[in-house]
Design a protein around this ligand. Sequence first.
Ligand SMILES: [Zn+2]
Ligand SMILES: [Zn+2]
Length: 206
Amino acid sequence: MAFTGPAEPLPCPGFPSKPSRSIQGEEWKHRPPYKIQTEAEFGPIKWRGKCLCGRVAYILKREKPLNAKYCHCRGCQVAHGAPLQWATIFHKNEMSFIHGSSNLVFYSSTHKSQEYGLPTKVSCGNCRTPIMDEGRNVCLIFPQSIEVEGSNDERRRKMELLRPTCHIFYESRMTDVPDGLPKWRGMENDSDRLDGQGNRIDGPSQ
Ligand SMILES: [Zn+2]
Ligand SMILES: [Zn+2]
């Protein structure tokens, strides 16, 4: 059956990361977030996350991410099987995979390869839960896998800390999101501002 989808690959333009050569050998396995550390080495844990099957688990030591965004680009929609992607941005050394790189699989849309090379998409090799996009400098973690104890209300309240600050690539949205957050046609601060229905409000701020 012919694939009639877009002919071009669909990188996420929302969080651009210049392609870099794949890191030689296995050196990357010995650096955060893949380096195996004891919890004592890692420091106080603010969040814990795990995939659907549980083979991939991680911890975070920063409570409020550097930033958080909803991305409506086509790459994110296709890769996530979802109308939009919610990513929270952390420094690499603020994250640690409990089992290191084992059970993880990678996909680089830049290199069209499952070999590890940045930027890369990182998923569970067993249940295929998307865990994060790893850029050159930061991790863009999908916080749906973060576990919070308590009732649904308590969970929502705690996760307010991870609330996105804006919507990007809103022009290709699958649905309107009237949530009052700033919306950008493309990249944040580098494209037109749109309202909830996608009408242009103004151009990029400086
Ligand atoms: Zn995207
Ligand atoms: Zn899994």
